[in-house]
Design a binder for this molecule. Structure first.
Ligand code: OVM
Length: 412
């Protein structure tokens, strides 16, 4: 360098920097956090509105305001680079990307517009009576037994009785739906032991799920056939149809199962709330939405920054991954009074358990109808739900779930 060269300007003054973003070195996908994420969520919210999670070199947000803002900003926070840790700009996805979840406008729009009316409340009216009757029969059977497992015998069994029929799936291969979803939701996280344990079987399981999306195996009256009919109309291509059916099988089974596990756990932990529901079974819907807030069965999703984005004094650099902690936002005391309480008297609307914005859960009305049918039947026939053993968590990188929940149902 010549003696008269101007001094080099201080780099930090002009270059993008992460120095004002606080860091955490906790692994949010460790067993310890997955077993009980609430203490980590509180630490995350208290550390700041935007945090650098050093372990994975990703950004995280756990407060309601910023999570909500990121969810509705699809231009700044994209989904097409994947909504898991894996960055599809650099890594090959483990399965062909979802045409709904893992896309941005304009590609997102046609699949979304096709699926929306198929799963809209008015289209589901034809299922109401059928599912109410199915729930009555189901509760009859449950009440014949002294003790049941609220996960295996209720939360898993009821959705699997009604949902695959509504899609129009063949009988063959239905046993693969839950393991498929479990691996899919694990695979949104890092390649840890939870992903590792699924790898041996996922090839055969995914092949079975894909086979259930073919037109020739679907019944003529279900959601699946309606997706294929949209391809005949030209609203989507025939090549897109099976991948859109796959979204129903990916997002529509484990999510609902674990949401029902969550609502039943809510009533076990807060037995007074069961009496509130029994006095007014029409509150089944709000009970379910409160459980989606309280349990947040889908805990996290990622986005990728499409440019440098300022978030509350920090910057998420272009191309970087941001992890949105939906469960943390749903327990943010800045937004919710007494957030850890499962409370039918609160208004849970505005929770981000179904997401928010253009990707908000398109199947939420289906989930609500399943839950409402079941809870309504239970509320009228069951006086008390008592614990009959310690519940056990099922660990998943994305879902908050129960493996087992022994209960005694005391008939009214
Ligand atoms: C999909 C899909 C998969 C998993 C979750 C989800 C919560 C969607 O394949 O479209 O939404």
């Amino acid at each position: 360098m010549s003696m008269h060269a101007p001094p080099v300007p201080p780099l930090a003054a002009t270059a993008p920097t992460t120095s004002d973003v606080p860091t955490m070195d906790v692994d949010p996908f460790s067993d310890e956090v997955l077993v009980d994420p609430l203490p980590f969520h509180e630490a995350l919210r208290e550390t700041g509105p935007l945090v650098l999670l050093e372990r994975y070199g990703i950004y995280g947000m756990g407060r309601y305001e910023e999570v909500h803002a990121a969810l509705v900003d699809w231009q700044g926070f994209q989904s097409a680079a994947g909504v898991g840790l894996s960055n599809f700009r650099r890594e090959t996805p483990w399965r062909p990307p979802s045409l709904l979840l893992e896309t941005d406008p304009p590609h997102h729009d046609a699949p979304r517009h096709v699926l929306e009316p198929i799963l809209a409340p008015r289209s589901l009216r034809r299922l109401r009576e059928r599912w109410a009757a199915a729930a009555e029969t189901f509760v009859d059977e449950l009440l014949e037994r002294e003790e049941v497992d609220a996960v295996r015998d209720i939360a898993e069994t009821f959705p699997l009785r009604v949902f695959p029929d509504a899609v129009g799936l063949p009988q063959e291969g239905r046993q693969h739906l839950l393991p498929y979803g479990d691996h899919l939701f694990n695979a949104f996280g890092p390649d840890n032991h939870l992903v590792e344990k699924g790898k041996a079987r996922i090839g055969a399981i995914a092949a079975s799920v894909d086979a259930q999306c073919r037109r020739d195996v679907l019944s003529p009256d279900g959601f699946g056939a309606q997706i294929w009919a949209a391809a005949d109309r030209g609203d989507i291509t025939h090549a897109q149809a099976p991948t859109i059916v796959r979204s129903l099988l990916s997002a529509g089974v484990d999510t609902t199962v674990h949401a029902l596990g969550g609502v039943l756990q809510g009533f076990l932990r807060f037995p007074d709330q069961w009496q509130v529901l029994r006095a007014q079974p029409s509150r089944a819907r709000v009970a379910f939405d409160e459980a989606i807030r309280w349990e947040s069965p889908v805990q996290t999703f990622f986005r990728t920054a499409t440019r440098d984005i300022a978030v509350a004094g920090g910057v998420v650099p272009e191309g970087e991954k941001i992890l949105m902690f939906l469960g943390s936002a749903n327990h943010d005391p800045r937004r919710w009074h007494d957030p850890d309480r499962f409370d039918l008297d609160r208004d849970p609307s505005g929770h981000v358990g179904f997401g928010m914005g253009i990707h908000q859960c398109v199947g939420q009305h289906v989930a609500r109808l399943e839950a409402e049918s079941l809870l309504h039947a239970l509320a009228r026939r069951v006086e008390r739900i008592e614990p009959a053993g310690e519940p056990r968590r099922h660990l998943n990188n994305t879902m908050r779930a129960w493996a087992s929940m022994p209960v005694r149902l005391v008939a009214a």
